[in-house]
Unconditional design. Structure first.
Lengths: 312, 400
């Protein structure tokens, strides 16, 4: 499921303040960061991680291509950094940077698709597999991450980095725990949508249910609803007939935005550009596809338990 | 960032797409002059960044320059949805054979830009898409390969157009795609794109949106169009409260106090971050609370930024209490926000225990933060109390 204890990755822009913290957090959590890149900073070290001028140089000197890269460079340089990683053969790229123009994001995603690489983000906190590894700032320092994320049976996908942790913490407190949590990013175009990550969760033996955090703006909830419908529907509540696909519980924030068309709140991707983008329309589509929509975060654990047939 | 119709027309012109005659005027005399220069019937359109112009009386027709002047005077004085017009566009009325729609937008699922084209122009394209899907042509184009005419050609041909119309429409769509990319647009549409009786095509009305994130690299275009840096072009003009919020955010680079938005309730909100604020604002309303404002704090703000934002909210007329709430933080420090909030209360001569209805920010440095809150007698919650429960408690307290 995206990463495991053997996944090697690098940090591009590793000498930046946030990147230094992120490197520390990931190393403490047990992740394998084999190097970092900041042009002109070759020879330095960040928490013992060697720094190189370029991804190509890093690969040559370490004698290996990393499995992944976390990109934390300023928006004007992100496209170059991501192209550099993809062309060096890196297959999993987490883009932390926010405020990247949409055209640049579309270009990065198009190249990734051509080269068989996967992008998570931009404007995201990355991936965490509780107790195994984390790739990105998700959950914060290792001791905080441990508090909110205990290994378990629920997969989490969220357009908000902070809400990834809030929901995971709720699942952990309820004894369900988290299999893998992905902060997918808050922009209008992102590398991996809910529907695109679903097959990975379905193949993952640890995952028994999915919880998603959603917002107004964009069509990716509609895409998920379609995916679920075309794959014989989400698992119905216990006792009902249906297929054995993963049950999904969704939480929709920003419902108030429906009354204020054209105003922007939250993430860049929340801008409502058509009626299919509104919270009300999304809730309807998700519900029609058999996805349970929670009214409050605190209801989520019981709804999940109901869907997977565990006593609340 | 939305462009006015007259600006969108200028963008089309500079990229070589023919535009119907006429011009932009900021006063009635100017409008009259344009009508005289055009010679013949004209349409006068209010230049506002809001929909529903026609219904509101912001679009009128005139046969003579004098009539144009009279209409322009009325339209210039007419507020539409709270927007004062920037001016009027006076357009020549040409003999039209047919109306088309041509647009470029992003498809967030395919993650590529796409053409949307229809031979039923002049009306709402979403309506056409629902009722006459066979009259809509679409086609994605690459963001990496150079632009090719064949994609535009296939899109036009897909609604059954051939002959010289096809060959005349193709370059117009291609140019629209190129300017969409060149100027970081999220929407570029010509509606209607008209075919005149002589068989030529031209744009009559155009609508464009540029991505805010791209403004720094589109300075040249914005300068040419006379768009000032401080023009936010949001759905409504910012209020004084919102401008002050913006100033607090930009005065200190540490952390974020973003999207400060005014509402008219009595519960002040110091909330964060992106997703947390959306969730909490909904939660307050779900329990019958009336928020005085919206905001998003995050990114580890300094004590002074947290303090100044809190002061702004506390000083807003009608605010009785504030609720300080966030989803679990990993970067922002609980103790720093707590100190900022308490300082704001004290500096304004308030008892923090009385003014702060609830404080619910769990996460980084929470033990240090909770200690400070305890000292001042503020009701605080850790992560075992959900965001919704905290919001509910705040609403209960303000309702007494």
């Amino acid at each position: 499921m995206l990463i495991d204890e053997n996944t090697t990755f690098i940090v591009q822009g590793i000498t930046g303040r946030e990147a230094v913290n992120l490197t520390r957090e990931c190393l403490d959590y047990g992740s394998k960061i084999i190097g970092g890149v900041t042009p002109g900073r070759k020879g330095r070290e960040v928490h013992g991680v060697p720094v190189f001028d370029s991804v190509k140089q890093l690969c040559e000197e370490l004698g290996q291509v990393p499995d992944g890269s976390v990109v934390t460079v300023p928006p004007a340089f992100t496209k170059d950094a991501v192209f550099e990683a993809i062309e060096a053969g890196v297959k999993l790229i987490v883009i932390v940077t926010e405020r990247i123009p949409r055209f640049d994001v579309a270009q990065m995603v198009e190249l990734a698709n051509l080269r068989g690489a996967r992008i998570i983000g931009p404007n995201c906190l990355g991936i965490i597999r509780p107790g195994i590894a984390k790739m990105g700032g998700v959950g914060g320092p290792a001791k905080d991450a441990e508090k909110a994320y205990q290994p378990g049976r629920v997969g989490v996908m969220s357009r908000s980095g902070g809400m990834t942790t809030e929901i995971s913490s709720t699942l952990t407190a309820a004894g369900l725990g988290v299999s893998t949590a992905v902060s997918i990013g808050g922009d209008a175009i992102i590398g991996s949508t809910y529907a695109e990550l679903m097959p990975l969760f379905e193949e993952d033996e640890q995952t028994e249910a999915i919880v998603i955090y959603t917002e107004p703006g964009g069509r990716m909830e509609a895409e998920l609803a379609r995916y679920v419908t075309e794959n014989q529907g989400a698992k119905p509540p216990v006792g009902a007939e249906g297929s054995a696909k993963l049950p999904i519980v969704a939480f929709m924030a920003g419902r108030f935005m429906d009354e204020m068309p054209g105003m922007s709140f939250g993430h860049a991707g929340t801008i409502v550009e058509g009626k299919a983008d509104t919270a009300a329309e999304k809730i309807k589509r998700l519900a029609d596809a058999g996805i349970t929509v929670a009214e409050e975060i605190s209801e989520i654990p019981d709804l999940v338990k109901e869907r997977i047939g565990v006593a609340a | 960032m939305r462009f006015f119709e007259y600006e969108s027309r200028q963008i089309l012109e500079r990229e070589g797409i023919p535009v119907a005659g006429g011009g932009f005027a900021t006063n009635a005399e100017g409008a009259k002059q344009i009508a005289a220069d055009t010679g013949g019937p004209v349409v006068i359109k209010s230049q506002v960044l809001t929909g529903g112009r026609m219904k509101a009386g912001g679009v009128k027709f005139a046969d003579t320059p004098a009539e144009c002047e009279a209409h322009a005077k009325e339209i210039l004085a007419l507020e539409i949805n709270g927007h004062v017009p920037r001016g009027v566009l006076v357009g020549a009325k040409a003999p039209i054979a047919q109306e088309y729609y041509a647009g470029v937008i992003y498809d967030g699922i395919a993650k590529k830009p796409t053409f949307v084209f229809s031979d039923m122009g002049g009306i709402d394209i979403e309506e056409v898409a629902e009722q006459h899907p066979d009259h809509i042509g679409r086609g994605h184009f690459s963001t990496i390969l150079p632009h090719m005419d064949f994609i535009a050609k296939d899109v036009v041909a897909s609604v059954g157009i051939t002959g010289s119309d096809l060959n005349r429409l193709t370059p117009i769509l291609s140019k629209l795609a190129e300017l969409f990319v060149k100027y970081d647009m999220t929407l570029a549409e010509i509606n209607p794109l008209v075919k005149l009786e002589d068989g030529s095509f031209m744009a009559v009305d155009a609508h464009m949106d540029m991505e805010n994130e791209a403004r720094p690299r589109q300075k040249a275009l914005l300068k040419d169009l006379g768009v000032a840096d401080e023009e936010t072009r949001e759905a409504r003009d910012p209020t004084d409260f919102e401008i002050k919020g913006e100033q607090i955010d930009s005065a200190d680079h540490r952390g974020v106090a973003g999207n400060v938005t005014e509402f008219d309730g009595n519960l002040g909100l110091v909330i964060g971050a992106g997703g947390g604020s959306l969730t909490l604002f909904d939660a307050v309303r779900r329990y019958g609370g009336k928020p005085a404002n919206y905001c998003e704090i995050g990114g580890n703000p300094s004590v002074s930024k947290a303090k100044n934002l809190t002061k702004l909210v506390l000083e807003k007329p009608g605010v009785d209490k504030i609720a300080v709430m966030m989803s679990i933080v990993s970067n922002t420090r609980v103790d720093i926000v707590a100190r900022g909030v308490i300082k704001a209360c004290l500096e304004l001569g308030h008892d923090p225990a009385e003014k702060v209805a609830v404080f619910r920010i769990p996460g980084a440095w929470e033990d240090e933060g909770f200690k400070i809150l305890e000292k001042y007698g503020i009701e605080y919650f850790d992560r075992s109390v959900s965001m919704h429960e905290a919001a509910k408690r705040a609403v209960e307290k303000i309702q007494g």
